[in-house]
Ligand binder design. Structure first.
Ligand SMILES: [Zn+2]
Length: 502
């Protein structure tokens, strides 16, 4: 696989890149880590267990002979580093909506809701506060549907994350300035239950609407953009990179992030922008090694672009983190003296498709031979007969592991079979309670120099930077939560302990 040139990464020529980087204020206005930022860019690699950035770095070093940007960021010593604890009101294991809402409202809420308590109490989301009180422009960029839980948690309050069509309407009411991601089905009159054409409604409200990469790249600076690039989530990066029709029509995360910055950078009072590599989480749920590494690579490239821009400005706080761990992948020791582990990473360079693409091709009734063919075609790996049998049985729901919750699915069986080749292990198919890394750099980054922090402290830390005194209604207790969810008192034993909510 070829190395990625800067041109390939950004999809623009050197001149285009230079103009993207052109600052709109004088250089050298750095206020140090204690100052107040003009802009905040909050970067989230969703569902990124702590082992994912190191595995990407080892993959890039082994296969391409270069470090990740994440490592360079750590090595240059400019960033403040902390770990973040991520529990929700309903569990030590959060989902994306409760985690994003903790950042977005300063309160721990029940998994599945967005910035509200189960009694219907509405919590005012971060973007609404920053827009009202600091007059910041706002932006959301993601590789999920733009209405997905993580971006939604910054901007709206809604009883359930699942009503994405309604969340799209709330973006319009709030007037989020830049929206770039997937999710056509929540905007298009042909797929919305109420037949409303949200594209037309956004256009009437002054938004420029773009639906493909070329139109997005051609946008001239100016506020209010809605860019939607797929029916549901944006394709996995490993699929996008290897299929010309996707590469041509769907922008990379770095391209979306730089375009959003270009749109927002001249707003008179600064901006806040969330940039999410959402499919790291989806690849983790599928235990898909190439899926997770290439989406983390897209995140790494977006970070390099964002920090490159922020460095020229000196007035922008960049926060880099994840909302929770997921499936905790890791490169495992294999062979004599563990010599074989590196060969696993080298084999990953041959991967040309996500598990989702590969398993969709083999269907629900695959033979061992059809599994072997698909794995050879998409991943360049020759499974032996037993490995192919393991996957085909799991796809047909006839596996011995059918009753083992953590390893029952076809993608889990595929990950196990490929574990013999990649030497990458997974601890399950779902979110984990791990503490997760958080880096911050630029003015205001001192707010995060805490060693260890709760995700719900991020809200206050950001508001403080803008001198805003604002508190949402007090934290709901676990007894109240259970009462409103209609759970019996005995559930208290299993509910998350009160001290996590304080
Ligand atoms: Zn998830």
């Amino acid at each position: 696989m070829a190395k990625f040139s800067r041109r390939e990464v950004f999809g623009v020529g050197a001149a285009g890149l230079a103009s993207l980087y052109l600052p709109s204020v004088a250089l050298g206005s750095s206020q140090g880590s204690r100052g107040r930022p003009r802009n905040v860019i909050f970067c989230v690699s969703d569902g990124m267990s702590a082992g994912v950035p190191s595995m990407l770095d080892q993959f890039l070093s082994t296969v391409h002979g270069r470090p990740s940007f994440w490592r360079r960021l750590l090595q240059d010593g400019r960033s403040v580093q902390t770990v973040q604890e991520t529990c929700s009101l309903s569990s030590l294991v959060t989902d994306s909506s409760a985690a994003s809402s903790a950042w977005g409202s300063g309160r721990r809420i029940v998994n599945g809701q967005v910035n509200c308590f189960p009694d219907g109490t509405r919590l005012i989301p971060l973007y609404e506060v920053l827009k009202d009180r600091a007059k910041l422009a706002t932006g959301l960029v993601t590789t999920a549907t733009i209405t997905h839980a993580t971006p939604a948690g910054f901007a709206v309050s809604h009883p359930t994350r699942d009503e994405e069509a309604q969340i799209a309407e709330k973006y319009l009411s709030l007037g989020v300035d830049v929206l770039l991601g997937g999710g056509d089905r929540f905007f298009n009159s042909s797929s919305r239950a109420d037949k409303r054409n949200l594209y037309a409604e956004f256009a009437r409200a002054g938004y420029r609407v773009v639906r493909d990469r070329a139109s997005m790249l051609a946008l001239r600076p100016g506020r209010k953009v809605l860019g939607i690039f797929s029916s549901s989530h944006v394709p996995y990066e490993v699929d996008r990179r290897n299929r010309k029709e996707l590469r041509d029509t769907v922008p990379s995360l770095a391209e979306m992030a730089l375009k959003a910055i270009g749109m927002l950078q001249d707003s008179p009072n600064g901006f806040v922008l969330q940039v999410e590599a959402a499919r790291v989480d989806h690849a983790a749920h599928s235990n898909d090694p190439a899926g997770i590494l290439y989406d983390q690579l897209a995140f790494d490239e977006a970070l390099e672009a964002i920090v490159g821009w922020a460095d020229q400005r000196g007035d922008t706080l960049v926060v880099v983190t994840t909302d929770h761990g997921n499936s905790n992948p890791g490169l495992m020791g294999a062979g004599d003296e563990y010599f074989d582990s590196m060969a696993g990473l080298e084999k990953l360079a041959e991967a040309k498709a996500s598990f989702t693409t590969l398993l969709a091709q083999v269907g629900t009734q695959p033979t061992p031979e059809s599994v072997r063919e698909a794995v050879r075609e998409h991943l360049g790996i020759g499974l032996n007969a037993e490995e192919a049998e393991l996957v085909s049985k799991a796809a047909r729901r006839a596996s011995d592991l059918q009753k083992v919750d953590l390893y029952s699915g076809a993608s889990s069986a595929l990950a196990m079979a490929l574990g013999n080749h990649y030497h990458i292990g997974w601890s399950g198919p779902s979110h984990s309670s791990d503490w997760v890394p958080l880096l911050a750099l630029g003015p205001g980054s001192r707010q995060f120099a805490r060693g260890w922090m709760k995700n719900s402290s991020v809200f206050d830390a950001l508001l403080e930077l803008y001198g805003i005194r604002f508190q949402n209604p007090p934290q709901m207790s676990r007894e109240e939560m259970l009462r409103h969810l209609g759970k019996r008192k005995e559930a208290l034993r299993r509910a998350v302990r009160e001290h996590w909510l304080a």
